[in-house]
Design a protein around this ligand. Structure first.
Ligand code: URP
Ligand code: ZN
Ligand code: ZN
Length: 484
């Protein structure tokens, strides 16, 4: 076969094996993988390099207004460029429904915004207003169009669905094979803590970490899972930040819940002490759930290594440290008025490679699974996340030896800070491709605005996930009632 491109001489890394070989690319797809492949219009020498599936960033806020109306600093051009420099070939940001909006309106809005992307994209919806027409008509149509996941919130007054709302939407998701992602924090615990702190005048950024207790996450994770189990719906717990939360996920997976979860680099690289930096610098480290402590970091690493998490995602939520972002409500305001979130889409994979693989905490195969393959499986990207014939040629070529320090300029985003500034990293993605097109090479952008394509995703693949039967839904045990 006459390949457009052959990547030769590299070490191919997949989620299950590592081997020496060549990859032949034709018409944007992987056409062959073999010990040696001759020919190719273009030959890329990957000697001494790791050749792996391009990252799939499954948690990013791009060109998205928060519930309180703050627009992210990154749009689909800067956000996708930053993702590409971080070794990603595709991403799945959120398309957020705010109260009163139809899902169709949301998809049209984000369709226009995403037209600038340099990498392939899909969206997870955010649903904050599950009216009957949303549940019965708009969501099923979105699922059928390939948007097969959405996020809901158990916190923030403008987003929180309540337990009944969660059960309604989980039931719809179950019927259509869609994945419900959940931000799990107990809203009333947080609001009560806010009142205690405000009454004592404790409003500096560091108190953000105190206001959102570990127990608030643990309680909500447990509750979300029990709600999903009642109706046997798949559930994905996003940005797990506590040892207790991770332990609940681990236990419930073992017990048969159709459960997935992620954690994020910030919960392993930073602690709540970063919120106590001088002046208002701590505001840069405000995110929810909040940063925790060193003991939590150790526990989260053990959960990453032992398989509790499908993915390590960035939760890139870029708000600049100025009046357009963090300080939209003023510079000297109490912590509840500071925008929540921090950037990290370019840092996610270099950080995970360096702290995980280079330091021996996880294997290279686990790195591939956590950065790409598992997200493709969970979110139904059936042509991405693997190095195999027929797959999209979404490939990242890493130099595992390069050492550097994180700088803002290396992030290539539209931010005025990186929370990872100065961290020493080993390993860098030198070449990144989406569908066989080189988008980044040796620190230079090669992609054109708008070359990313929408990825229509499949329903979640639940093979091997037995599931759950609540007695109350079993006609043999509930006096014969057909409740489903
Ligand atoms: O603080 C954060 N993580 N902001 C982004 C929104 C979210 O909840 O993921
Ligand atoms: Zn969240
Ligand atoms: Zn998020």
């Amino acid at each position: 076969m006459d390949f457009d491109t052959v990547i030769h001489g590299g070490t191919i890394a997949t989620a299950s094996e590592i081997y020496e070989g060549d990859i032949g690319i034709k018409d944007g797809r992987i056409a062959a993988v073999a010990e040696r492949l001759p020919g190719g219009g273009r030959r890329i020498d990957a000697g001494g390099r790791i050749v792996m599936p391009g990252g799939i960033e499954a948690h990013a806020h791009i060109a998205q207004e928060s519930s309180s109306g703050v627009m992210t600093a990154d749009d689909y051009l800067t956000g996708s460029v930053s993702a590409a420099f971080g070794g990603n070939s595709s991403f799945i940001p959120f398309a957020a429904q705010h109260r009163g909006q139809s899902v169709d309106e949301v998809i049209a809005t984000y369709g226009a915004r995403a037209a600038r992307s340099v990498i392939d994209y899909s969206w997870h919806l955010i649903i904050s207003d599950p009216q009957p027409e949303v549940l019965e008509d708009q969501l099923p149509r979105a699922f059928a169009s390939g948007i097969t996941s959405y996020k809901v919130f158990m916190t923030y007054d403008l987003m929180n669905l309540g337990d009944g709302g969660m059960l309604d939407i989980l039931t719809v998701a179950r019927e259509h094979g869609a994945v419900t992602m959940v931000h799990a924090e107990n809203n009333d615990m947080v609001k009560w803590m806010n009142r205690q702190l405000a009454a004592k005048g404790l409003t500096a950024p560091k108190y953000h970490a105190i206001s959102r207790p570990e127990l608030a996450e643990e309680e909500a994770i447990n509750r979300a899972i029990q709600l999903a189990k009642l109706v046997d719906a798949p559930l994905f717990i996003v940005h797990v930040s506590t040892a207790g939360g991770a332990a609940i996920v681990q236990r419930e997976k073992l017990a048969g819940a159709k459960l997935y979860a992620e954690t994020c680099p910030q919960y392993l690289a930073l602690t709540r002490d970063d919120l106590d930096r001088p002046g208002m610098e701590g505001a840069r480290y405000i995110c929810s759930p909040p940063l925790r402590d060193h003991a939590t970091q150790d526990a989260l690493w053990r959960h990453i290594a032992s398989g509790t998490f499908e993915s390590v995602s960035s939760d890139h939520a870029p708000y600049r440290a100025d009046q357009s972002g963090k300080f939209l409500n003023g510079f000297d305001v109490p912590y509840p008025k500071i925008a929540n979130g921090m950037p990290g889409i370019a840092a996610r994979l270099p950080w995970l490679f360096s702290e995980g693989v280079a330091k021996g905490r996880i294997t290279l195969e686990q790195f591939v699974a956590l950065s790409s393959t598992n997200a493709a499986k969970t979110f139904g990207c059936d042509r991405k996340g693997r190095i195999a014939p027929g797959m999209d040629a979404d490939i990242a070529i890493w130099n595992p030896e390069t050492r550097r320090k994180v700088t803002l300029a290396d992030q290539h985003d539209n931010m005025d800070y990186t929370p990872f500034e100065g961290l020493e990293l080993t390993g860098v993605p030198e070449i990144v491709m989406t569908r066989g097109e080189t988008i980044v090479a040796h620190g230079e952008l090669k992609a054109a605005e708008g070359q990313g394509r929408f990825v229509a995703r499949k329903p979640v693949d639940l093979r091997g996930r037995g599931g759950w039967q609540a007695k109350e839904f079993d006609p043999a045990q509930n006096f014969g009632a057909e409740l489903r």
